[in-house]
Design a protein around this ligand. Structure first.
Ligand code: BTN
Length: 251
């Protein structure tokens, strides 16, 4: 596959001095690779694309299956120093959805869905840096199905981007996403989640729907607060759910 590495670099480098684009035919996980590099003191801004991941990771210790299917798997690594990290995955989800297609909805806190099926997932991890100021090396991992994956074994039925954009390939998807994603991370670093709240709300899959939290609590989702916590109206009143360890499903 040919990747638009140079075009991505041309768009992003003006925003991010020292930025590079790297494409690997195979790696265990792009997030794991950037975490290894950060631990070895390599904290330059990079976009690392893998054509295949042998041990792709999802949230909550889950696997991210890509196998040999047509998919876009990449991690963007860069030092960031926001005063408040809350809501980062929501801002990232919003800009990716906006870059790809109007029908994509955001399922709090990290997923992109289309019509009841999962299109993409986001895994954000950070590492301490040696000479930090307030910065941490931030790894934004993104996995997007391009072809619709076959078979079962998925907790949520998957959908591929081509069902929305028949001509799309992983390279085109990357070219749409990369520059807006970097600009979003920089805006988030400066202004936090606040400016993204309305953008999240415009695509909020759970809004006004009955939900069940992983601790068993049931209620109705009412959007997110100014820090990106999910607001759930329960029998005991309104609850703001901030923890990334809570999973939410339509009841
Ligand atoms: C999830 O849905 O739980 C998040 C999935 C994130 C998958 C991407 S693929 C690129 C990057 N490398 C990984 O190992 N995971 C993320």
């Amino acid at each position: 596959m040919r990747w638009p590495a140079e075009a991505v670099w041309e768009q992003v480098a003006p925003l991010l001095p020292g930025f590079t684009v790297e494409v690997l035919p195979e790696v265990d996980s792009t997030n794991t690779e950037l975490m290894r590099r950060a631990r070895a003191g390599r904290i330059e801004p990079v976009l690392l694309v893998a054509e295949r991941q042998s041990a792709g990771r999802g949230r909550l210790g889950r696997q991210w299956q890509s196998g040999d299917r047509d998919a876009l798997t990449f991690s963007l690594g860069l030092p960031l120093a926001p005063t408040d990290w809350s809501g980062l995955s929501l801002a990232v989800g919003a800009v990716i959805a906006e870059s790809l297609h109007p029908e994509i909805r955001l399922k709090w806190p990290n997923d992109l869905w289309v019509g009841g099926r999962k299109l993409a997932g986001i895994l954000i991890e950070t590492a301490a840096v040696a000479d930090p100021g307030a910065a941490r090396y931030t790894i934004v991992g993104v996995g997007i199905n391009v072809a619709t994956p076959a078979g079962d074994g998925y907790s949520t039925p998957p959908i591929g981007l081509r069902e929305l954009l028949p001509e799309a390939g992983p390279g085109e998807a990357l070219l749409r996403i990369a520059e807006p994603l970097v600009a979003t991370l920089q805006a988030f670093e400066q202004f936090g989640f606040g400016p993204f709240r309305a953008r999240f709300a415009a695509r909020d899959l759970l809004a006004d729907r009955p939900v069940r939290l992983s601790d068993g609590t049931e209620g109705t989702a009412h959007g997110v607060d100014e820090r990106g916590a999910l607001l759930v109206h329960t029998a005991a009143g309104m609850k703001a759910v901030a923890s990334a360890e809570v999973s939410v499903r339509p009841a």
